[in-house]
Design a protein around this ligand. Structure first.
Ligand SMILES: Cc1ncc(COP(=O)(O)O)c(C=O)c1O
Length: 419
């Protein structure tokens, strides 16, 4: 059997493994500290600094990174022959089928993209149901590129923009209330963007509840799950939204340049084809994405990432990440000069949590503190702007983070905030 045939068998093997992936038995529970230490050791990360900026992208675990390297080599040897005869159709279809099992929707409601930005830009920019004078709505915590896309949509359709401001401090009910009030104040709202876990504070928006309110008012909802997909334990239908954009290179741990969009079958007509695509029929969701020649080795690695992800189990992963987050937040929440922006209520947070030193509200002050944390303590974080109370610093552990690393952050925060 030559290498090409072996790879084909791998593709067929992946197809055969689809049902196994869906079975709960595949979700072995790493319960002990020793299990988590073993998992932490499966990430080859630099040890000369403490990386608490895992909201940017999710480092691949070693088995996924090795599969990615094998795929780069294989693709380089078989190049267009592999892409035309194995991957572009069969391989991509198998990935859609696997994603369907993971997401709980049909494969023909999913299209593969290069990440959440492409997914969401395509959904927002090609939204077809706006009429002149309609309102479209987003909030101050949504991702910048999606805010830009909403602004652009409003300009092109002569629509009004309504900005929701998420209060600080926030709670699930407070968030529901501000959206409900905003939709009442703007009765011509037609389209709403929601971000499940925003990248500024990490607050988990009660999406399903807000979608229900929106739908009752005839408002369509596009949900950005870039930070929640692979981290929170849910299936796409749980959100109730008809349009969702995700990536796989954050919390699923696939290579960079991987994602997908979802459009509920009955709603495909609400989103136009991407830049006049004619490769697929307008009734085929794949016409909503036209990426051109992409990093196929990254896409070819999606099955390995999904498998590892399912083997650990999304509930286990999410639980572990929340426990790591709690480990540092519990120790600093009551320090007099530290404001933790992300609430502790169950269901309101995941791995991402932000803080600011009281009174330090400018981006410059927070960027300076990020530098100080790195230079003096070897701890890498990131400044975020956008919350109503001012800029902040985002802290995001990953599955390779040790509690000792978080204790160092706590010591540093006590030091810089004088607590
Ligand atoms: C909330 C949110 N939305 C969208 C994106 C964009 O995702 P991607 O980098 O996959 O395009 C990010 C990335 O950080 C994000 O945090």
């Amino acid at each position: 059997m030559n290498e090409f045939q072996a790879n084909r068998r791998k593709l067929l093997g992946a197809a055969a493994g689809l049902t196994a992936l869906a079975a709960p038995a595949a979700h072995g529970a790493p319960a002990t500290d020793a299990d988590w230490e073993r998992i932490a050791q499966s990430y080859d990360v630099a040890s000369d600094f403490i990386n608490l900026e895992n909201g940017y992208y999710g480092v691949m675990a070693r088995p996924v990174a090795e599969e990615f390297k094998r795929n780069i080599d294989y693709l380089n040897r078989y190049s267009s022959f592999h892409l035309r005869r194995q991957f572009d159709n069969e391989g991509m279809e198998q990935i859609r089928a696997q994603l369907a099992l993971h997401t709980g929707v049909a494969a023909d409601e999913l299209a593969i993209t290069r990440g959440a930005t492409e997914s969401l830009q395509n959904l927002i920019c090609n939204y077809r149901l706006l009429k002149r004078g309609d309102t479209i709505m987003y909030c101050n915590l949504d991702y910048d590129a999606m805010q830009y896309a909403m602004n652009d949509l409003a300009r092109r359709h002569d629509a009004k923009l309504a900005l929701v401001r998420i209060p600080e401090p926030v709670s699930r009910q407070a968030a529901i209330d501000v959206y409900e009030q905003a939709m009442r104040r703007h009765p011509r709202t037609r389209l709403l963007l929601l971000t499940h876990i925003n990248h500024r504070t990490g607050f988990v928006l009660p999406v399903a509840e807000i979608v229900k309110i929106a739908k009752a008012r005839g408002v369509d909802v596009i949900v950005d799950v870039a930070q929640s997909w692979g981290q929170l334990d849910y299936k796409l239908p749980d959100l109730g939204a008809d349009f969702v954009g995700a990536n796989l290179h954050k919390w699923v741990g696939a290579p960079l340049g991987t994602g997908f969009l979802y459009i509920r079958k009955e709603r495909l007509g609400a989103i136009g084809v991407e830049r006049g695509d004619e490769d697929y029929a307008a009734t085929d969701i794949r016409s909503r994405v036209h990426s051109g020649t992409v990093n196929s080795a990254a896409l070819m690695t999606i099955p390995a990432a999904l498998k590892l992800h399912a083997d650990i189990g999304v509930a286990n992963r999410g639980g572990r990440l929340r426990a790591l987050r709690d480990h540092w937040v519990r120790q600093v929440r009551d320090l007099p000069n530290i404001e933790v922006l992300t609430p502790d209520d169950a269901g309101s947070y995941g791995a991402v949590t932000s803080f600011r030193v009281r009174g330090h509200t400018t981006p410059e002050a927070n960027a300076a503190l990020v530098n100080r944390l790195l230079e003096r303590y070897g701890i890498f974080t990131v400044m975020r702007r956008g919350p109503v109370g001012g800029a902040c610093i985002r802290v995001t552990p990953g599955l390779y983070t040790r509690t000792a690393d978080l204790d160092k952050l706590v010591t540093a925060l006590r030091d810089v905030a004088g607590g």
